[in-house]
Ligand binder design. Structure first.
Ligand code: TRP
Ligand code: SF4
Length: 335
């Protein structure tokens, strides 16, 4: 039996190259290996936990995220992509799980703790029940689909750990229904921003989006941080402190990268030319992705149809799990 993968994202914005190298690429590889059965959820319910006052944003980003997935190579013939809110079984399971988790344990969850601190604007001094409880809902996401592997970043580790605890508790009380899922850490490390910041992010304004136009990419690369000690072209440079070089390593072929390194160190390379070359390579690299995206942007009805079909397929699995849960919990009244 193929191992089942469950992963997903909150639909709160378009995806950037940090997401691509950090997780999407790996998911596409896992999909294409044929060794797994993969489900990807668009976590709109979870997105609402910190965007409950902005339903429009969540709604619009469901399709954006879907288009990003499809254009990067997630193939609906191989992978089931579904909308979280359309699977009521997950919400139902969240309710049952909520008895198995203490408030103190949720408050200790490092990911939740960090996020609450970052969201003071929204929550003030007192966080909502929904946000505090989102790890419970995430545990339900995973187990509704009997997910065994969860490809995700390090920040998701405490959430998966909490899911494992819930599964243990559930099984010990109601009988063995679930398996404990495992995280598969994306080896693709975190991609730094154009400004050299450790993190690429929307709020930091230092990201290149998969949907960026050629003009936007050009403008952004031109603004990237280079070796600050290089003023004239013949100043000897240090590519290791240059973000342009950092991105060349992601987007340019090996020979080119070595050449850049050599010329920069020898003071034989101008930063503007170096940036132009990078711009060209990023545009080339993203071209097939952007072409696919353009196709889906022109055909929203196809995107919606794929989402609908994926969600219907997912629902069948969810119903099956819920049947087992209800039986185990002695809630199978009319069966
Ligand atoms: N928490 C994930 C994020 O921040 C999204 C998510 C929701 C998820 N449910 C999941 C990821 C289940 C993996 C498995 O984007
Ligand atoms: Fe960076 Fe290229 Fe300038 Fe060297 S020449 S500092 S690698 S932009």
């Amino acid at each position: 039996m193929k191992k089942r993968i469950l992963t997903g994202d909150r639909p709160t914005g378009k995806l950037h190259i940090g997401h691509y190298f950090g997780s999407l690429k790996k998911r596409v590889e896992m999909q294409n290996s044929g060794d797994y059965e993969m489900y990807i959820l668009i976590a709109d319910v979870q997105a609402l936990t910190d965007n409950f006052n902005n339903p429009e944003k969540v709604r619009n980003n469901v399709r954006e995220l879907m288009m990003d997935y499809l254009s990067c190579g997630i193939d609906p013939k191989k992978t089931t992509i579904y909308i979280q809110s359309m699977i009521p079984e997950t919400a139902e399971l969240t309710v049952y799980y909520s008895n198995l988790v203490t408030i103190a344990r949720l408050q200790r969850n490092p990911t939740v703790k960090t996020e609450i601190a970052q969201k003071k604007d929204l929550f003030g001094e007192s966080v909502t029940y929904g946000f505090l409880g989102y790890p419970v809902s995430q545990a339900a996401d995973i187990t509704t689909f009997q997910g065994e592997l969860v490809p995700a970043g390090e920040d998701q580790e405490p959430l998966i750990e909490q899911c494992r605890e819930i599964v243990r508790k559930f099984n010990s009380i109601y009988g063995e229904v679930f398996k404990e899922p495992q995280i598969v850490l994306s080896e693709g490390k975190r991609i730094k921003g154009l400004d050299g910041n450790e993190k690429m992010g929307k709020s930091l304004g230092n990201a290149i989006y998969l949907s960026d136009s050629e003009e936007e990419i050009t403008k952004k690369v031109m603004s990237a941080v280079t070796d600050p000690n290089r003023i004239k072209k013949d100043d000897l440079g240090n590519p290791d402190v240059c973000m342009v070089y950092y991105y060349h390593k992601l987007f340019s072929v090996n020979d080119e990268v070595q050449n850049i390194c050599k010329e920069c160190k020898a003071g034989e390379r101008g930063c503007v030319a170096c940036k132009k070359q990078l711009t060209k390579n990023i545009i080339e690299y993203l071209r097939p992705i952007k072409e696919k995206r353009a196709y889906y942007e022109e055909h929203p009805e196809i995107v919606d149809e794929i989402l609908k079909e994926g969600t219907e397929k997912a629902r069948i699995v969810a119903k099956d799990t819920m049947k087992k849960v209800k039986k185990a919990m002695k809630l199978d009244y009319f069966d």
